[in-house]
Design a binder for this molecule. Structure first.
Ligand code: ATP
Length: 137
């Protein structure tokens, strides 16, 4: 089985959607391998979003992701990386399909509730960053 790193972002925590979001993943059949609530600082944001730090939207994204507690988790299952990205929906909540987490509950390109690793390489990097004691899969 494959593992992936998921963040339930500060907007979802603030809106009381942690349980609803987690239920989507668990109902699909993905298994929670690790889970922790945390508030990260700017350096940790830069490490997680290493590919995005030079983008014009990154300062706003960093302010958002460090603005309050989030829930980090590792999920495991068959094709977990792609399965999570399908459940999450398109990046922009305004365009994400109904039935997806973002499509049902987000109307924003930035405050889009969740993050999921986008490749096996990203998953390995992100799992070791967030959960150094958990095997990448
Ligand atoms: P994630 O990596 O979080 O699962 P994604 O792969 O769908 O999302 P990316 O393009 O990797 O999206 O962007 C990472 C995150 O940066 C997005 O989830 C969103 O919060 C934020 N973001 C992306 N594009 C924009 C934008 N144009 N304006 C503001 N924030 C953005």
């Amino acid at each position: 089985a494959q593992r992936t790193l998921v963040l339930i972002k500060p907007d979802a925590v603030a809106r009381g959607l942690v349980g609803s979001v987690l239920a989507r993943y668990e109902s699909k059949g993905l298994r929670v391998v690790a889970l922790e609530m945390r508030q990260i600082d700017a350096d940790q944001s830069d490490a997680h979003y290493a590919d995005h730090v030079a983008r014009d939207f990154y300062p706003g994204l960093r302010d958002f992701i460090t603005s309050g507690p989030l829930v980090a988790l590792v999920l495991e299952g068959d094709e977990a990386i792609e399965a999570v990205r399908h459940l999450n929906g398109a990046t922009d909540g305004r365009k994400a399909a109904p039935g997806t987490i973002r499509g049902d509950w987000s109307l924003s390109n930035q405050r889009n509730l969740v993050h999921g690793s986008d490749s096996p390489e990203s998953a390995a990097r992100e799992i070791s960053l967030w959960f150094p004691d958990v095997a990448a899969g």
